[in-house]
Design a protein around this ligand. Structure first.
Ligand code: C2O
Ligand code: CU
Length: 542
């Protein structure tokens, strides 16, 4: 175990994109932010200084933080925000993760610009389960708004409707050659003929799942969410907000320039989205006459749900001696969690949701309300009145969740702060059931504190008798984010052996803002060595 130290200074920095300059929130002045390079099992200390004007928190997405939720980062779940001028020293405890993860702000919509890669190498002295690549390159997919993102969020909250869509998608912070004033800054990866490159893809976008591909090159997927997969050849990748994909790129085409490109997969009819395409360049070193007509890769159609799920559905755990699979087989706790977009009556008379309502979103019909002090602290100090422990194990109403037409009045969500309490070491199965209330869409659900096995998924309503017969209990992928398909469900399993308070939410930022989130309290172990550790001295005050 080695201890690594870093300093993150959160501050505003001017950046120019799409022909205009604005100040954005950055870490150390960088967008995307600095990459953390670590080894499996390391402990990392990051001193976070808030030199900005707003409260902030930083989250280490996909790091399980065993017994130590204190520095996990989601505001009002495990900590109060770091106020302007304050500092918080955050400990990142890596255990079983190996591959690519990322860090991002977990307050307001700051993560639009406050994010970066975490690259977790194998333990010193051990190698990859594939030939060592010549080089490794983070490929971070993101979004750019010409307007101030805080302002976009405020207007979004006020109107109760859909948010302004972004003005560009980005690869490593650059929109690419198809956008105005962007061509010369397009991200370029220089490659040597016949060498292999490990692309560490991260979807840091706020809104949607993305398709990604490289012209004339096939990719070999070897990992997702810091867990190795069976090598999977793919002409394109589908990647959810929050998710990471490790893919090998072989520079085996004639010398030349080839575009990589990404754009949004969006399945809700009638709702505006950013339909632009971001590009970057693979440039072979060596001599050739550079043709100006490098082709764009072909990407699936923007609403091709089958293209999205057929990529994700092919991911399998590597399952080797060094990387075993430990799916819980006897389940002690089964939950069915219906995730919906809802509408609420408008307090004023000008809300921009359907028929003058305001949008909301819920899990088992509860739209999460952030408490004013964090749940972890309240739990640890036995403060009453901060949260309730009555999160329902099943949806309160049973109906055909994925029927084409569902009357809006069927489910008016209840605004509340309810947590689900899990026994230590219980074996948990959660079926995440999408619904077609308001309009069905894909929901990339992310769980903090755990990686989980995705044992099954399907379209329509989950059938508790039939669907479990089709579960993959042999080599299901180990993930921290699962895109629950539009009008469908996904089943995940994990062993609740990490005590603490852990957030679960949709990683589509507008759904999170609407309340599609919940928290688990995993109780303490009886064994002293497995118990929740005490908080650090410098927890930010509320
Ligand atoms: Cu990527 Cu709760 O976060
Ligand atoms: Cu969602």
């Amino acid at each position: 175990r080695s201890l690594v130290h870093h300093k993150f200074v959160v501050k505003e920095t001017p950046y120019t994109r799409l022909c205009s300059t604005k100040k954005i929130l950055t870490v150390n002045g960088k967008f995307p932010g600095p990459t953390l390079y670590v080894h499996k099992g390391d402990t990392v200390i990051v001193d976070v200084y808030n030199k900005g004007k707003e409260n902030i928190t930083i989250h280490w997405h996909g790091v399980n933080q065993p017994k130590y939720p204190w520095t996990d980062g989601p505001e009002y779940i495990t900590q109060c925000p770091i106020q302007p001028g304050a500092k918080f020293s955050q400990k990142i405890v890596l255990s079983t993760e190996e591959g690519t993860l990322w860090w991002h702000a977990h307050s307001g919509w700051s993560r639009a610009t406050v994010h970066g890669a975490i690259i977790i190498y194998p333990k010193k002295g051990s190698g990859y389960p594939f030939p060592k690549p010549h080089a490794e390159v983070p490929i971070i997919l993101g979004e750019w708004w010409k307007k101030d993102v805080g302002g976009v969020l405020n207007r979004f909250r006020q109107t109760g409707g859909d948010p302004n869509v972004s003005d560009a998608l980005t690869i490593n912070g650059q929109p690419g050659h198809l956008y105005p004033c962007s061509k010369s800054d397009t991200f370029k990866l220089k490659v040597d003929q016949e060498k292999t490159y490990l692309l560490r893809l991260i979807n840091a976008a706020m809104s949607e799942i993305m398709f990604f591909a490289i012209a004339k090159h096939q990719l070999t997927v070897v990992g997702t969410d810091a867990s190795y997969t069976k090598p999977l050849k793919a002409n394109y990748i589908a990647i959810s907000p929050g998710q990471t994909i490790d893919a090998l790129l072989q520079a085996n085409q004639p010398n030349g320039r080839y575009y990589m490109a990404a754009r949004i997969y969006f399945s809700v009819a009638g709702v505006p989205y950013d339909n632009t395409t971001t590009t970057a360049i693979i440039q072979y070193k060596g001599n050739y006459t550079s043709s100006s007509s490098s082709p764009l890769p072909s990407l699936p159609h923007y609403n091709d749900t089958n293209a999205s799920v057929s990529f994700t559905g092919r991911l399998r755990s590597l399952r080797s001696k060094e990387h075993p699979v430990n799916v819980p087989l006897n389940i002690s706790t089964k939950l069915i969690i219906a995730i919906s977009v809802n509408t609420l009556p408008c307090a004023y008379n000008s809300c921009k949701g359907p028929n003058g309502t305001r949008f909301s979103a819920s899990v088992n019909n509860i739209s999460f309300v952030s408490p004013s002090i964090d749940i972890l602290q309240a739990y640890y100090k036995h403060n009453n009145g901060v949260y309730g422990a009555n999160f329902p194990s099943y949806p309160p109403l049973v109906f055909d969740y994925t029927a084409d037409y569902l009357p809006l009045e069927l489910e008016l969500p209840q605004n509340a702060t309810e947590v689900k309490v899990l026994e230590y070491n219980s074996t948990v199965e959660i079926v995440l059931q999408g619904t077609n209330l308001v309009a069905g869409s894909d929901h990339p659900m992310h769980l903090h504190g755990y990686s989980f096995y995705v044992v099954g998924w399907g379209f329509g309503n989950f059938d508790k008798d039939k669907d479990p017969l089709g579960y993959n209990l042999v080599d299901p992928p180990l993930q921290n984010t699962i895109a629950v398909p539009k009008s469908g469900w996904a089943a995940i399993r994990f062993k609740a052996n990490n005590p603490g308070v852990w957030f679960m939410h949709c990683h589509i930022e507008r759904h999170l803002t609407w309340g599609m989130e919940m928290a688990f309290i995993v109780k303490n172990s009886d064994r002293p060595e497995d118990r929740l550790l005490p908080p650090p001295q410098d927890m930010p005050p509320c």
